[in-house]
Design a protein around this ligand. Structure first.
Ligand code: ATP
Length: 300
């Protein structure tokens, strides 16, 4: 029997995040273009006496270790469906910022699901794994599949997208996190009484991705949550300006923020932007990486 399984899962950036008005159930319809980026959490699962979660990494202190942790919830749901005792130790080696708008918790949910499925030999069909992911949260299915995808509905209905090249990114981590529900509430407040158009994916943006053309992608990225994130965290405007001045083709808030994302024309410029951003004092840490990245993968 396998004694331990480790799964690596990428973070994401939304190159388009189009948000519709609040639905009667409080959720928003989205047109969400996800791109997986080379910044990863690793989830290791080992048999144990009972379910236990541990976490290591720079943001580990902010990660809940009880059954609200998305990794624990994923393990519990798979165990429930297959009648398995969820007696495992889940260890998260966390490199994705917490509450950063990069789907870190979602990555851990998808990672734990794949790791437990492998450890227990449950061999759940891909469709069922995706179904469990969608139950856990809107961004979790994408963490499983990676690459690039268009998410509709609450973001959980995925269509894989073609990507014709490598994109170079810099991510700037902020001094504190932003709660995704708080950013949506601010979005609702800012649009109160307004007619919010139906969210649709931009064909020009999908073409730019398919061509692997960074210049065209830079001209077409958009994030409807950015004004709300900036309203709650005005200092992010300084980080965006510093990255633009350092040579970024475009700068945007990643998802609900507060991580900011900078698209570079090449790897060398990305490294320069990273150095300038760190020296600017407008962020806590910087990561230089590429996309697309593969989805949740068993690595050991
Ligand atoms: P998204 O981009 O999907 O909106 P995010 O990256 O902004 O999410 P997360 O890092 O997923 O935010 O964390 C949001 C909250 O979820 C945290 O503040 C934490 O309380 C909770 N949480 C539950 N499980 C985890 C986990 N495994 N890792 C991090 N946070 C978790």
């Amino acid at each position: 029997m396998t004694e331990t399984v480790t799964v690596r899962v990428p973070a994401k950036v939304n190159v388009q995040l189009a948000v519709g008005g609040a639905r009667p159930d409080g959720f928003h319809d989205l047109a969400n273009v996800f791109l997986a980026v080379g910044l990863y959490d690793e989830v290791t699962v080992t048999p144990a006496d009972e379910l236990r979660v541990t976490c290591a990494g720079p943001d580990a202190a902010q990660v809940p270790l009880d059954r609200t942790n998305l990794a624990a919830r994923a393990a519990l749901e798979l165990a429930r469906r297959y009648g398995v005792e969820p007696a495992v130790h889940l260890h998260i080696a966390k490199d994705i910022p917490v509450a950063g708008g990069m789907a870190g918790g979602s990555a851990d949910g998808a990672g734990a699901l794949l790791a437990c499925d492998t450890l227990w030999g449950t061999n759940a069909p891909r469709e069922e794994l995706l179904d469990i992911c969608a139950e856990l949260g809107s961004d979790v299915p994408f963490s499983l599949v990676g690459g690039a995808a268009l998410g509709t509905g609450r973001g959980e209905k995925l269509r894989p997208l073609e990507v014709g090249g490598t994109f170079h990114w810099v991510f700037a981590m902020a001094e504190r996190g932003l709660s995704t529900p708080a950013v949506f509430r601010e979005f609702d407040r800012m649009h109160e009484g307004a007619d919010v158009p139906e969210p649709v994916a931009s064909q020009d943006l999908l073409d730019a991705l398919a061509k692997g053309d960074a210049g065209s992608l830079a001209r077409t990225v958009s994030n409807d949550l950015q004004p709300a994130a900036l309203s709650l965290f005005p200092a992010l405007a300084d980080t965006l300006a510093a990255g633009r001045a350092a040579g970024a083709l475009t700068a945007l808030v990643s998802g609900s923020g507060p991580t900011t994302a900078f698209l570079a024309p090449d790897a060398e410029t990305a490294r320069t932007i990273g150095r300038v951003l760190l020296a600017s004092g407008t962020c806590r840490a910087v990561r230089v990486t590429e996309s697309p990245a593969p989805g949740a993968t068993v690595i050991g």
